[in-house]
Design a protein around this ligand. Structure first.
Ligand code: ZN
Length: 259
């Protein structure tokens, strides 16, 4: 109990005391339309994968329609942004148009939003096996498991996509940000049936709706009902990982772009 607490107990109405007590311990939030809910965030950084010189995946010659991943991700991200803003959340786009942003800069933009934010990166998959189809969501940080799980559940429910599942994987955009971070692979643009579907506005709207619903559920109830994930769930592959950002790199090992 500190002086502030005493003051508040004496002078402030009971309802306000209860709400303040509930918020006590939550991270301070940036200016937002809504306060942080059970998920302890009020800002969503939306990352449309690729852009500019980096087209990302292509639907390929065998596909019924020519698609570039960077176009699909931007369109889907805009739809997610609009739905979140309509619900009152603060949504920050890493890119609003077709230009390239380095992965490390994406991480920096996310980190600048502070602890009251989460990062959702949006991608579409392209592989040589045209039979592959479905949606999956990656996370790495233990505090991102709930967000990944809810987005995956709602994404699959909204679209009818095959549920590949929630996968824990170290990608630069799931590991390096200092805030909860997930990366969605919404569909396989190299699968002819999926290419036809994601070329439609209506399908991308369904995908965006699923992602937004997952985010909003996490915003409201946090990790309630989500199985806990130990902080170290799999061994680090390199001992230096934890300190990588704090020291100069001796030799560059090129890390793959998140696909
Ligand atoms: Zn990608």
């Amino acid at each position: 109990m500190n002086i502030f607490s005493t003051f508040r107990l004496v002078f402030w109405p009971a309802s306000l005391i209860i709400s303040l007590a509930f918020l006590n311990g939550c991270a301070p939030t940036p200016a937002a339309h809504l306060a942080a809910g059970g998920g302890h965030f009020s800002t969503v950084v939306i990352d449309p994968g690729h852009g500019g010189k980096d087209s990302g995946g292509l639907s390929g010659r065998g596909a019924p329609i020519f698609l570039r991943e960077k176009d699909l991700t931007l369109d889907t991200a805009r739809r997610v942004r609009d739905e979140l803003r309509r619900a009152g959340l603060r949504a920050v786009m890493i890119r609003e148009d077709d230009h390239f942003v380095e992965l490390d800069d994406r991480v920096s933009i996310a980190n600048r939003q502070g602890p009251g934010a989460v990062l959702v990166s949006i991608h579409y998959d392209a592989v040589s096996n045209h039979a592959m189809n479905g949606a999956k969501t990656f996370f790495w940080r233990a505090d991102s498991h709930g967000l990944a799980t809810r987005i995956q559940q709602h994404l699959v429910a909204a679209t009818g996509e095959t549920n590949i599942g929630v996968i824990r994987r170290r990608l630069r955009l799931t590991r390096n940000p200092e805030i909860p971070s997930v990366l969605c692979e919404c569909a396989y643009m190299t699968n002819p049936a999926e290419a036809r579907k994601v070329a439609l506005d209506g399908t991308r709207q369904q995908i965006a709706h699923g992602i937004a619903q997952g985010i909003l559920e996490q915003y409201k109830i946090g990790d309630a009902g989500i199985a806990p994930v130990p902080e170290i769930w799999a061994p680090m592959s390199r001992g230096s990982d934890k300190f990588e950002g704090n020291r100069p790199r001796k030799h560059t090992h090129k890390k793959a772009q998140a696909t």
